[in-house]
Design a protein around this ligand. Structure first.
Ligand code: KG4
Ligand code: ZN
Length: 375
């Protein structure tokens, strides 16, 4: 079964063709990230406009990569030229697609609408079943992609085996932080989630305090490599449910420590802090923040491992790209830890198509499938 996945919930416009949930035939991602960096975060209107421009070329490229002339193949996230701006009409391509899966929740409403309306239109035109997919839960399915077409297998480092159930899943992204227990694909529950900021959001906000570029995850991680993680004592939130998370107090503690280091009090505007801090101070703050954030996530996963004795532990979402998090979990866990290739941690459509295959739910109505911005 070959599923065309479509993703447009934030700033990435993505399409992919996945066979039987695990074999990646194509994976195309066009990001409008560069357009948002100057604002220090995603600007919803810019993201939506960019999806309008990119979605047809991206789907087009995903179909060509999967079924067409391999010389045109991109597959590694390059921006697609506007000349390929019509959906290929070759019946050969569409004959091979068995279903369309699209992220319809959660996300930015304008962004979601572009992907969903495109998928609905294609499902009606090409007479394919349509599946609306939950983006957050789908992140875990990047771990189920174990095979790729020859042109992609050199670009991606993929696991050789699929995860085993029961599995724990830690989904850490810019919008969500959830600890999941999967008994099977369709039998899962949320053990805990963030009560305020998501872990990626905390990275992004700390980057802003330190004057580091957006997205904050990679830039804080880079700065942290030059700092001392024990130089600043930061608090770990303790919540009633050991599997819930809170990162907003940690972010504020970084702000207060930064003000103090700069010799200012709490009234000093955070926008002026980057100029008042030295590179060493920034690196120490980044390293101390990262250590506390990673420990907080790892503590919850270790507790859940002890309680539920899973056969595999799956890391997913943009923050799963973080090497310190991977290393800390690997050092503390007894159970095999799986994490996707860095290119499959951040938003992509391969995970959307894979989730649709394993969930095999009843098809949605292409005339009425709605977007749900918040869960
Ligand atoms: O999953 P994702 O691409 O989009 C959402 O669904 O939110 O995650 C984006 C988030 C951003 O907050 C970004 O700062 C974070 O993932 N991120 C990282 C790293 N790379 C991206 N966080 C920590 N370390 C990284 N290397
Ligand atoms: Zn995501």
């Amino acid at each position: 079964m070959k599923i065309l996945g479509i993703e447009s919930s934030a700033d990435e416009t993505a399409a992919a063709v996945i066979e039987d949930g695990h074999n990646m035939l194509s994976n195309v991602v066009a990001s409008s990230l560069d357009l948002h960096t100057v604002y220090g975060g995603i600007v919803p209107e810019i993201a939506a406009r960019s999806h309008v421009e990119s979605i047809i070329p991206v789907i087009n490229q995903a179909l060509i990569d999967a079924f067409g002339n391999t010389e045109l193949s991109s597959g590694n996230g390059e921006k697609i030229p506007n000349s390929q701006s019509s959906i290929p009409d070759s019946p050969d391509f569409w004959d091979q697609i068995d279903a369309i899966a699209v992220t319809n929740r959660p996300g930015l409403i304008g962004s979601l609408l572009i992907g969903v309306m495109t998928a609905r239109t294609l499902a009606i035109l090409k007479n394919k079943p349509l599946y609306g997919i939950n983006h957050v839960l789908a992140h875990t399915y990047a771990n189920f992609i174990t095979e790729a077409a020859p042109s992609l297998s050199t670009i991606y480092s993929l696991p050789s085996t699929s995860p085993s159930f029961p599995a724990l899943g830690l989904i850490v992204s810019g919008g969500h932080t959830q600890l999941m227990l999967y008994k099977s694909h369709k039998d899962y529950k949320i053990l805990g989630q963030t009560k305020d900021d998501a872990s990626g959001e905390a990275y992004d906000k700390v980057a802003k305090i330190l004057g580091l570029p957006y997205p904050g995850g990679p830039s804080v991680d880079k700065a942290a490599a030059k700092g001392d993680p024990d130089s600043v004592k930061l608090p770990k939130a303790k919540l009633e449910n050991a599997y819930d998370f809170s990162f907003s107090g940690l972010k504020t503690a970084v702000l207060r420590a930064a003000q103090q280091m700069a010799g200012k009090d709490y009234t000093f505007p955070s926008t002026q802090l980057p100029q008042a801090l030295t590179d060493t101070q920034k690196a120490n703050l980044a390293a101390s923040f990262q250590k506390t954030a990673v420990d907080t996530l790892a503590d919850a996963v270790v507790s859940a491992e002890n309680e539920f004795e899973p056969k595999s532990i799956l890391l997913a979402g943009g923050v799963a790209a973080n090497r310190s998090l991977r290393q800390e979990l690997e050092a503390r866990l007894k159970t095999p830890l799986l994490y996707p290739d860095i290119k499959l941690c951040t938003d992509n459509a391969a995970m959307i198509a894979s989730a649709a295959y394993y969930w095999q739910q009843k098809a949605d109505n292409p005339y009425t499938l709605r977007v749900v911005p918040s869960l």
